[in-house]
Design a protein around this ligand. Structure first.
Ligand code: NAD
Ligand code: UD1
Length: 335
């Protein structure tokens, strides 16, 4: 089976590539490297002993996309821009890259007769939850930013494509909060500039690259007042994609599936777990709430278990250990 990963050089795509290569799939990565580095190919080869094919290209380039899809059995579509704050400042770029890019990919798939797609969606499509845990039956809400809206638009486009073509299969994987890194420490999440997300920020405070964590709000209706999220190890997420592949190859139609652990951790619980994993202090100060944040969300991951036979195996200590290992290597603390 030959699988094309758009955006496969990025954080989640590269971890998924290790699992697919080890499972014996032939992997083609298609990426324009706008948020990743070609050196990931060497890391993938060191980890798996196999080097995936790589095409440097943009999903919005119909000719290149069509050429890359020839002979492909299924697509896993990671490519997209993902910074929430930046999407507010640059909505046109975000809709162009994410929504228009997906439309071009779909056109190229139509031209080449490829009808199997797994899409990187997000729990952000639920908007502000009215009940927890979130099942896939919960109504999608109004995401608070263009990034989130682009994910919802793409899910809806895929549902329409499945209606128009009964042979098409689209699995929208709704990720909760992916963190951690491959246990080798060779690949992980390395955002440019100052990280927006909690874990990369905490990791850089622990390594001394940043001084102090700002905790956004301690007056939420949660046990310790800080925001609660369903953090999931990126390798569990990667394995979820490997389990979704046989499903997408053997089923038709549209479906959404949550990928989360099914339990939430507060910001302060994460800080504590990270201090334990790293043996370092993570100083923090309480700040006002961040615009657009919700108090809590976590998944009901039952559907993933029932349909894919998948459940997350790694806990918060594993996530923090592997995040720390990657950060320690990245910052030169560990060789
Ligand atoms: P990432 O930025 O590390 O990876 C995305 C990859 O896509 C990068 O390698 C980038 O170079 C590539 N890319 C972007 N635009 C492209 C284009 N037009 N053509 C070709 N390649 C392009 O991000 P990630 O964290 O690995 O996320 C992967 C997907 O999962 C994204 O669609 C993201 O929105 C979604 N997602 C991520 C999270 C998260 O917390 N990381 C949560 C929910 C959903
Ligand atoms: C955000 C995005 C979501 C995206 C996800 C992963 C919003 C509203 N949602 O989710 O669309 O899929 O990132 O990229 O932005 N926190 C701090 N200090 C920090 C950073 C975060 O206290 O420096 C807190 C936040 O207030 C929140 C928790 O940590 O309670 C997690 O934040 P973050 O990692 O940014 O993820 P989300 O906001 O859940």
């Amino acid at each position: 089976m030959k699988i094309l990963l758009t955006g496969g050089m990025g954080f989640i795509g590269s971890h998924t590539a290790t699992v697919l290569l080890e499972a014996g799939y032939e992997v083609v990565i298609y990426d324009n490297l706008c948020n990743s580095n070609a050196s990931v190919l060497d890391s993938l080869e060191t980890i798996t002993g196999k080097r995936p094919s790589f095409v440097k290209g943009d999903i919005r380039d119909l000719t290149a996309m069509t050429a890359a899809l020839t002979g492909i059995d299924a697509v896993v579509h990671f490519a997209g821009l993902k910074a929430v704050g930046e999407s507010v400042a640059k909505p046109i770029e975000y809709y162009d890259n994410n929504v228009h890019g997906t439309l071009v990919l779909l056109e190229a798939m139509k031209k080449t007769g490829v009808k199997r797609l797994i899409f990187s969606s997000s729990s952000t499509v639920y908007g502000t939850p009215t009940t927890l845990p979130l099942t896939e039956e919960c109504p999608t809400g109004t995401p608070t930013n263009p990034y989130g809206r682009s994910k919802l638009h793409i899910e809806e486009i895929l549902a329409d494509v499945c209606i128009s073509d009964p042979d098409f299969s689209a699995v929208c994987l709704r990720y909760f909060n992916p963190i951690g890194a491959h246990e080798s420490g060779l690949i992980g999440e390395n955002p440019n500039g100052i990280p927006n997300n909690l874990l990369p920020y905490v990791a850089r405070v622990a390594s001394g690259t940043l001084e102090c964590l700002r905790v956004f709000g301690n007056d939420y209706p949660t046990p310790d007042g800080t925001g609660v999220r369903d953090y999931i190890h990126v390798m569990d997420l990667a394995e979820g994609h490997a389990k979704a592949l046989p499903y997408v190859l053997n089923h038709k139609g549209w479906i959404a599936i949550n990928l989360g652990c099914g339990r939430g951790y507060s910001v302060l619980e994460v800080v504590k777990a990270f201090e334990k994993a790293s043996g370092r202090k993570v100083p923090y100060q309480i700040m006002p709430r961040r615009d657009g944040d919700i108090a809590a969300n976590w998944a009901d991951p039952k559907r993933a278990f029932e349909l894919l036979g998948w459940k997350a195996e790694r806990n918060i200590d594993d996530m923090c250990r592997d995040s720390w290992h990657y950060e320690a290597k990245r910052s030169g603390i560990e060789a």
